[in-house]
Design a binder for this molecule. Structure first.
Ligand code: ATP
Ligand code: MG
Length: 249
């Protein structure tokens, strides 16, 4: 397998992980351009979350390479991968419920490694400006002083995306970001994603096909750890293998 795909922001080749001999992800290849929003779909247990776990260093691969801006990530620890510019949002929001929206965004700054450290950090205008910009993007500009526990489930998901955005990652990984959201919140999230992808790349795992149709240019379908189809939503939906294993007809 050649590793010459240096033009991509992210180039994953031959990525494989075995858990006690079971290959959860098997010879997985993925190439992502800057500005690309890629959706990964597939049935439960297909290996989608495990792919994201390997990109962000939570799970170590058994084999293969993950090149981000030409830098090999597979041997790096999680915090080094974050510092290299990869932001990850997990399935359940991990915000600080007892802090305000503003404080949650503020402590997510790269210098805010600890809650105490960042709360004592002098708030300069540049920091304030970018917090306000992100708060506007995630539709929480009027809720900056609200304690996070009082946000709706959807707003909490947006706040967590905002906490990634203040770190200015060049690649954002989102695991089912609209799960549990209302139709309106989903539409707003689609608009948000289409906006934020302009400066970076985003990989999203998603089950909701209506939502995928709103955002996806290119879809990768995973089944039993392997890619079975890749292309536009139309191409993928009309793919015989996909119909068989994923859509169930
Ligand atoms: N740390 C682990 N140890 C053992 N098996 C694991 C581990 N992580 C994942 N698996 C297994 O790997 C397979 C893929 O899991 P994964 O969570 O990636 O699927 P998924 O596509 O995200 O599914 P879902 O749509 O349900 O979230 C599953 O069979 C799962 O049980
Ligand atoms: Mg999953």
């Amino acid at each position: 397998m050649s590793n010459t795909n240096t033009d991509f922001l992210l180039a994953i080749e031959d990525l494989t992980v075995s858990f006690d001999g079971f290959k959860a992800v098997d010879s997985f290849n993925l190439y992502i351009d800057k500005g690309e929003l890629r959706v990964i779909i597939g049935p439960n247990g297909a290996g989608k979350t495990t792919v994201l776990d390997m990109i962000c260093g939570k799970t170590k691969s058994t084999q293969g390479s993950i090149k981000f801006k030409n830098k090999e990530l597979t041997k790096l620890r999680e915090h080094k991968i974050v510092r290299a510019g990869v932001g990850r949002k997990f399935q359940t929001p991990s915000i600080y419920e007892n802090l305000t929206v503003f404080e949650n965004l503020e402590i997510s700054y790269p210098w805010g490694r600890t809650v105490i450290g960042s709360l004592m950090f002098k708030r300069d205008q540049k920091v304030l400006d970018s917090i306000h910009k992100v708060a506007e993007q995630i539709y929480l500009i009027d809720d900056l002083d609200k304690q996070a526990e009082f946000l709706s489930h959807g707003q909490k998901q947006w706040l967590e995306i905002g906490m990634l955005l203040v770190q200015k990652p060049e690649l954002i990984l989102l695991d089912e970001p609209v799960a549990g959201m209302s139709v309106k919140e989903r539409e707003a999230t689609a608009a948000l994603l289409n906006e934020i992808v302009r400066d970076r790349a985003v990989i999203i795992i998603e089950h909701d096909m209506d939502f995928v149709a709103q955002i996806a240019k290119k879809v990768t379908v995973l089944h039993m750890g392997k890619i079975i189809a890749e292309g536009t939503m139309d191409q993928v939906q009309n793919n015989e293998k996909v119909k068989e294993v994923y859509l169930g007809h």
